[in-house]
Design a protein around this ligand. Structure first.
Ligand code: G1P
Length: 301
């Protein structure tokens, strides 16, 4: 590959998860499970599949469960072994010594600030950023698809996903240029544009491959939308200086930062499972049938 490989990935996981209270009062929101795996593990597996070697978590207070999750659980492993039970379900979580790195973001000053907190660990290398709220289900995973695109064009890449026009004020939005296959040239980026002002309906679904120069721009700590240091604003300043593309995802996105999206993710992934899919499908069909019957009764009354 003519470009420096992507070996490191940043996972900003310091957020308080206020949208999921009370579930997240004493538990990190990234530990919310979809079927039987915490959100953070889906994102880490996506990064590892894409060839990432070093996992950098930017955490905050009250997030110790994340560190424990990716550590050896001596007592659990010993008990499973003594009982002759399989360790398969926890073996994947164990990372090579020195791989998970934990950095604390002391104050919630924004996504851009969280990424900047990892600057010394990233150094002078391109890196990935994955937001675990966004659960991306694809074969291969989205980060692997982005790394393949990076191998072709280098520079900076963000995920690009079309959303309904009424939703563009919730996200970072791409002003698109020329499109070629899954790649779209990025002409401008704007974080949470006011309703009716978005340059397109292409949003950034929390996946990034960035050049290290973005760290210097983040170092200026300029505040943007919501009074926060926005990653989108720093990225926007790289356009024109370095290649910048959006990558269309071949797969399904579940917005697990949202209660409905998280419930839908549980349902979709449960239905796709060999062990429980049939039982969940039968139950869902019953539930929908009962709902329709109640509707009919209500209409007839
Ligand atoms: C962040 C980013 C935004 C991106 C979104 C994806 O926003 O700032 O550009 O589109 O994640 O979920 P947040 O959800 O933290 O407000």
């Amino acid at each position: 590959m003519p470009f420096k490989p992507i070996r490191k990935a940043i996972f900003p996981v310091a957020g308080l998860g206020t949208r999921f209270l009370p579930a997240t009062k004493a538990m990190p929101k990234e530990m919310l499970t979809v079927v039987d795996k915490p959100l953070i593990q889906y994102a880490v597996e996506e990064a590892l599949e894409a060839g990432i070697e070093q996992i950098i978590f930017v955490t905050g207070r009250g997030k110790a469960a994340l560190e424990d999750h990716f550590d050896v659980s001596y007592e659990l492993e010993d008990t499973l072994r003594r009982r002759g039970k399989s360790l398969a379900s926890i073996e994947l979580i164990r990372m090579p010594p020195g791989s998970p790195v934990y950095i604390r973001q002391q104050e919630p000053l924004g996504l851009g600030h969280a990424v900047w907190c990892a600057r010394e660990v990233v150094g002078d290398e391109p890196f990935a950023v994955l937001l675990p709220d966004e659960l991306m289900v694809g074969t291969p995973g989205f980060m692997a698809q982005m790394v393949a695109a990076y191998a072709r064009v280098g520079g900076n890449l963000v995920g690009a996903l079309a959303v309904a026009d009424r939703e563009t004020d919730k996200y970072g939005i791409i002003s698109p240029g020329r499109r070629e296959g899954t790649l779209t040239e990025v002409r401008a980026l704007i974080e949470k544009p006011a309703r009716g002002t978005a340059p397109s309906n292409l949003m950034i679904p929390g996946r990034y491959i960035l050049q290290p120069e973005v760290m210097q721009l983040l170092g200026r700590q300029e505040k943007g939308a919501g009074g926060e240091v926005q990653l989108t604003d720093a990225m926007a300043q790289l356009i024109g200086q370095q290649p910048f593309h959006g990558v269309t995802f071949d797969g399904h996105r579940h917005d697990c930062g949202d209660k409905a999206g998280w419930v839908q993710a549980n349902l979709a992934l449960a239905l796709a499972r060999e062990d429980i899919g049939a039982a969940v499908r039968a139950f869902a069909a019953d539930l929908i049938g009962a709902d329709a019957r109640e509707d009919q009764i209500a209409r007839a009354a």
